[in-house]
Design a protein around this ligand. Structure first.
Ligand SMILES: C[S@@+](CC[C@H](N)C(=O)[O-])C[C@H]1O[C@@H](n2cnc3c(N)ncnc32)[C@H](O)[C@@H]1O
Ligand code: SF4
Length: 626
């Protein structure tokens, strides 16, 4: 067997058992007949030489890879790049002075087209029309979302390419490049063609090479701002010379762009929705929160839940700094998994609604709750896509609290709140199934106690063919539901730069770093501290936390750089009014509070947003004074 060795790991490096990074280790497979050292970057030549000497003791060694140029022959799927990546052409007819592709690989050369969905060609659009069409035919058969990571040259992008892009089953992720100032006009035209075809910004990214000979911070900043102005996500690439030297000054460029954010053209307002229903979601009042916060340089949401406020942030730009947190591991995991692995998470949600699976998945969620919190708290990049998918799926057919509680409330007592509408089940109501998934408002017989199909919330609301409460079509939905994948892709694009923290709210409010880039906007939506409300609404619930938040916020609110909004019941935080805070009163439109006991109905008119003295004024609204 051939063992492939790489001087460094990149996101494209394969991960099978016949791959090693660096020197030989003690656990090599014993059937190695040859070693191939693959060098991607010219600055790794020295390291490749060193590895050659280390590996020749194990087996005969060959050295190759993109940095070695013309030796690169046909493409072998999964051999030197990860499974799913594909290269259908090598070389480039252009001669950009900073680029190694034409120097190493020469003019464009079309290869046999293998299967894959992540196209790494350096300049696919420089190939013949026939080759490009054949590549798209191959891509149109892929189930994974297609990515053109190698990038499209904007100058070569034409109207007929749109027809090819629209053949793909899902909207692809497309990269362009804006390296030198003369790239702008073709990029603008390509963007206009894509916009006319309805391909939105979430699928458009643009590499921007910075820091090359003659480049200045001002010029690089302008290019990055122009990319953002075209509604594309910028990817900064810092120039390295052939020896791999990179001027560290250029590492600051993304931060400079963020700090100069005021002169960005305003991005469009995109509103997204969480893929699950959630108690206490604040979508109804989110626009008011943003009017009060304006466009803070750093936005923090310590009680994130379903993220109803962040997801409707107006004029969002990918360079904005945003930090969110939730103490419930399942919530934090859901958002991280969507952020890092939207496709895989969607796959676990794309599942027919049925009661047996709901019980099994719920068991799995409860079993893993504690482990999840520990791992999420310890590693900012940890996520578990399967558990996230299970949770979203289950939460979307489960209305009421207790989805992931270790102890089931109400066991052996008559059901309360929304569950009071569910017929009693006698002994069946014990254990894991005691908390029934939401059925309709009418007390059905025992056979029909199934997850809610008629107007399911969250992802199940998007499920095709689940229109009747007789369960017809449930088994059909083994077919993939494209809407969920698209939805998750959009959420992933929105969350790409959001820091998702798991822990107590104090984790993101400790220290004094929150306003380090300028204005800091914080939206607090803690579990309400009112003894009369329903208990155990959230997996992490408490009546004390709202008071602690108020104390903390009072301290910070005096600083001009802080704009703070706290959601709660009016009476809870009324004392803030004597400290120069304002209030906006509002009512929930019913929702969960209407479904439940009488107190729920009374509470719906007690809702208020309290805002700190340095928030922006609400037009036509007088601050209430104590
Ligand atoms: C009222 S909900 C937030 C709803 C959110 N604003 C929305 O629109 O969906 C409160 C959230 O705080 C979380 N939570 C409870 N105690 C917490 C704590 N001590 N620290 C951080 N989060 C907490 C709960 O898990 C829940 O998701
Ligand atoms: S167009 Fe791209 S691949 Fe071709 S030479 Fe220029 S930078 Fe390199």
């Amino acid at each position: 067997m051939i063992l492939r060795v790489f001087p460094r790991r990149t996101s494209m490096t394969p991960t099978d058992e016949y791959v090693r990074i660096g020197e030989p280790d003690l656990f090599l497979p014993d059937d190695i007949t040859e070693v191939h050292i693959s060098t991607c970057f010219t600055w790794d030549f020295y390291e490749s030489d060193r590895l050659f000497r280390a590996w020749e003791k194990i087996a005969p060694v060959k050295v190759g890879g993109p940095a070695h140029g013309r030796e690169a022959g046909d493409f072998n799927p999964g051999l030197y790049v990860k499974k799913g990546c594909v290269i259908t052409s090598r070389g480039c007819p252009n001669h950009c002075w900073f680029c190694a592709v034409w120097k190493n690989e020469g003019n464009i050369r079309e290869l046999t087209i293998e299967d894959g969905y992540n196209v790494l060609d350096s300049n696919l659009l420089a190939c013949s029309d026939d080759h490009i069409k054949r590549v798209f035919t191959m891509l149109s058969k892929q189930t994974e979302r297609v990515k053109f990571t190698g990038g499209f040259e904007a100058k070569r992008f034409q109207e007929w390419h749109i027809d090819q892009l629209l053949r793909l089953t899902r909207r692809p992720l497309i990269f362009f490049a804006y390296d030198t100032p003369d790239d702008y006009e073709p990029l603008r035209i390509a963007r206009a063609i894509l916009k006319n075809a309805g391909i939105t910004r979430h699928y458009l990214c643009c590499y921007c090479l910075v820091g090359y000979r003659g480049d200045t911070f001002e010029s690089a900043e302008k290019r990055l701002n122009q990319i953002i102005g075209l509604d594309m996500v910028p990817y900064v690439m810092i120039y390295r010379d052939r020896e791999g030297y990179l001027n560290p000054e250029w590492i600051k460029i993304p931060k400079r762009v963020v700090q100069s954010g005021n002169h960005f053209p305003e991005g469009p307002s995109v509103s997204l929705k969480a893929p699950f229903p959630y108690f206490g979601g604040k979508s109804r009042v989110a626009a008011v929160v943003w009017r009060l916060l304006g466009q803070p340089k750093h936005y923090i949401e310590p009680f994130f839940g379903s993220g109803a406020v962040l997801l409707v942030r107006p004029h969002y730009k990918p360079t904005m700094i945003e930090t969110v947190n939730d103490a419930d591991g399942h919530i934090a995991n859901v958002w991280r998994a969507i952020q890092f692995a939207s496709e895989e998470t969607a796959r676990w949600c794309d599942w027919p609604v049925n009661h047996a699976d709901l019980s099994a998945r719920r068991k799995e969620l409860i079993k893993n709750s504690h482990r999840l919190i520990e791992k999420l708290a310890a590693d900012p990049e940890f996520y578990d896509a399967k558990l996230a998918g299970y949770w979203i799926w289950a939460a979307s057919c489960w209305i009421g609290s207790g989805l992931t509680f270790d102890t089931i409330p109400n066991v052996g007592r008559s059901p309360q709140g929304v569950h009071s509408r569910i017929p009693r089940q006698g002994r069946r109501a014990f254990g894991i199934q005691a908390q029934m998934p939401h059925v309709s408002g009418f007390p059905w017989g025992i056979q029909t106690q199934r997850p809610h199909l008629l107007s399911a919330g969250g992802i199940n609301g998007k499920r095709p063919k689940l229109t009747g409460n007789k369960g017809c079509g449930v088994h059909r939905s083994a077919c993939r539901n494209g809407a969920i994948y698209e939805w998750f892709d959009e959420l992933a694009a929105r969350l790409r730069n959001v820091r998702v923290v798991c822990g107590d709210w104090a984790r993101v409010c400790g220290g004094n770093w929150q306003d380090y880039v300028g204005t800091c906007g914080i939206f607090f939506d803690p579990p309400y501290g009112d003894a009369a409300r329903r208990k155990n609404i959230y997996a992490k619930d408490s009546l004390d936390v709202a008071g602690k938040v108020r104390e903390w916020a009072l301290g910070r609110a005096q600083k001009e750089t802080y704009r703070i909004v706290i959601a709660g019941y009016y009476e809870e935080h009324e004392c803030l009014l004597s400290e120069g805070w304002g209030v906006h009163r509002w009512s929930t439109n019913g929702g969960y509070s209407n479904l439940g006991h009488n107190q729920g109905r009374k509470n719906k008119d007690r809702e208020a947003l309290f805002y700190s003295p340095h928030c922006l004024p609400l037009e036509n609204e007088q601050r209430e004074l104590f």
